[in-house]
Each structure stands twice: as C-alpha cells, then as structure tokens.
Design a protein around this ligand. Sequence first.
Ligand code: UTP
Length: 418
Amino acid sequence: MEENEVIEELRKYNQPRLIDILNKVDNEKRKELVNEVKEINLKELERLYENIKETADVDVGELKPVKSVNPDKLSKEEYDEYENLGADVIKNNKFAVVIMAGGEGTRLGFNGPKGTFKVNVEPEPKYLFEIMADSIARANKKYGVTIPWYIMTSNKNNEQIVNFMEEHNYFGYPKEYVGFFKQGELPLITEDGQLIVDENYNIRKAADGNGSVFKSMHERGVLDEMKEKGIEWVYIGQIDNILLKMVDTLLLGVAIKEGSEIATRSVFKDFPRERMGTLCLKNGKVKVIEYSEIPEDMIEAKNENGEMLFGESNITCNLFSLKAIDKISQENLPYHKAHKKYSYMDENCKIVEPEEPNAYKFEYFIFDSFEFFNQISIVRGKREEDFAPIKNKEGVQSPETAIKLYNDYWRRHADERM
Ligand code: UTP
C-alpha cells in the first residue's frame, strides 16, 4: 500500500489526529509511522470502538450454578480410575504445558517480567520460572517422560524472558523441550476511537490478554508443532500461581471420562464478596463472570442448605484438548476493556499527559473460550493445595500470602520434593 492509500484508509476509519501528525513530521518518521499503520487491522479498530460503547449486562435470572467433581467425595476406585486415565496420557507423551507469561504485572510493580521475580520461599528463594520448571520436572521424574514446555511471552518481555531462561540454564529443564512464542497486541484507542501516537512516534499497543494464547499458538506454529509431536492435551496455566500443578492427572482423567474437551480446576469462595471470577452456567454453557460484573443477587444467593450457590471460582487452571485449541484459535473472542490514563501526541505533535482516564486497552480472556463448548468439566480444588497467586505488591494475593501457602504446602508434602 502506498502512503497516500494509507492516509485514505485512515480517513475512512476516522483517524484525523494521526493524519495531522503524519502531515507534520519529517519524512523518516512519516515512513516509520506509515509502516506501523500498515500493520494495524483498521477494520478491527472499528470493532474495538464499537466495544467501548457496549456495557456488560448480566441477567441473573439466566444464570445457574455449575456442577463440579469434588475429589474429597470420590471413592478410592473412582479417584484411581480418573488418575489412571490421566497418567496414561502423560506416560504416552500426549501432553504438553503452556505457561502464560506475557502479562505486564502492573499490580505487583516489579520491574521485569513476573517470571523473573524471586520469592523468598523455603528452603531457598526461587524465581517464578524456577518454581514452574521444578513442578514439571517432578512430574517428568514420576512418569518417566519429558513434557514439552512452552512459554507465552509478549513483544515487550520476550527478549528478557528468553535471555533470563538461557542465563539460568532453563533451571535444569532440558532446553530442547522448552519453546517460546509471542502473543499478539492490540492498539490502544482514545474515547473517540483514535489511535495513540507516543513520544517516540510509535503507535501505542499493548499485549492482547491471556486469551491471545489460542490464536498465538496457531499463528506462531506451536499448534502444528504439537500436532506433529502427537500431543492431545495441553495444560495452560499462569506464571504467578506458585502452587500451580500443571501435570494434573485428576483433571485429565475427569475430562476424558466425562468426554469434555476442556476441564478447569476451581476453588470455592471463602466468602460471597471474595474478588474472584465466578463459574456459572448461562444457557447451559459454562461461563466465568468477573467479580466486578457479578450481579448483586448472585453474590448472596444460597442453596437450601444455606451454602453459597455461586461459590465455584475460576483460578485459571485450565486443560484443553488440542482439538479444542485448534477450534478456539479460529474464533473471535470478545474484548474486555480497561479505561486508563495514557499520554498521547496531539495534532500539533505535543505530548499531552491526561489527568483522567482518556483511553482504552483491550484484552481477550482465556475463559471466554469456554462458551464455544457445550460441556466443560470442573474439578473442585483447594486453596491450600492449588492456589497461591502473586498479583499485588502487598495484602491479598501478594508475595507474602503466596509464600506462606507455598511453605505450608511443602511442609505437608515434604516426601514429594525432589
Ligand atoms: P493477569 O490478568 O493477572 O495480569 O494475568 P498480569 O499482567 O499478570 O498482572 P496485572 O493485571 O498487570 O497486575 C494472568 C496471567 O495471564 C498472563 C499473565 O502473565 C499471568 O500469567 N497474561 C496476562 C498474559 O500472558 N498476557 C496478557 O496479555 C495478560
């Protein structure tokens, strides 16, 4: 596309500010900016703008509680049957793991990718990537295999993560079994739908959320690579849960036995207003409703025994069949928007620092993929066994709370340490 055609497109998609900037900058900068515009899907921009105007409207009347498998209520035979089904998948090299590490970790406020954050656990401090490597390596030893391990990075942190892993010798994980792939990005837009140019004359974009994992696996060739390796099941987990157990044979077994393409581990809320995404059924399909969007009546709803009706919560511990990933990668997940403050270049090429939120960042969420399936298996996990997230600098879900959960867990499971 020629420069004048790009300008024409920008006019068509209502980007007057960017056109003004292009008219004012020198040739070299204009060329660079034009090249950046060519990379942007302007049609998608329209969809993003449409999304700004939409409001999330949840009708509580349609929502029903989900059913889950509670391991504590299984007989030994049932439990073993699930476990064996799952273990067979691992032993037959049909299983891979993906760690999503493309997030910005803004709440933690650590200057670097979250995976390179070191936590002061017993008996010695460990990096988050190291904790993940240890966890998969333990399973490798148990099942006599080497599980392919993929790490999703972002444009921003890919180089840092790859170098970090190399410098630390992949924490002893066989290097040829570790793969990296970059997730996508979406442009930020102002309240009136305009692209933002930053102080370096670049168009501002941000990682497009953890739901990017499916398309990114497809576009970066990871899906094909897995197919070639004969992988049938993929666990996709988050970097910041230091009790994450990716090689979850029970979850695998339940998915297989129930004939589901997706399975997820939940934990039950401690109290109704706990800030967690809620798992529920909408028109018979499993859906996660973010804590900020849960309708009031749903929060307090109870069953006949006085228990929370919508207590089952999402902890981003998800298992997908490769077929499911393939299918989702062809679909468009919905956008979730965040209204934030971003500095921007005005039509006179001056940088403006807004005092109020002025623009939107968009993300895909991994759990929105559930809606493409009629059935999803859910296994009730336990906080003290499965969920020690590091989200905030202090307080809830902080290094302090996660370290305590981790240390307590390993005191109880000392015999399983390597
Ligand atoms: P969060 O949604 O908690 O975001 O990510 P975050 O980036 O880690 O932290 P904040 O919100 O900026 O404080 C959950 C998981 O999804 C990954 C994160 O790395 C984490 O493992 N993630 C998130 C991505 O891989 N890409 C993204 O674009 C966003």
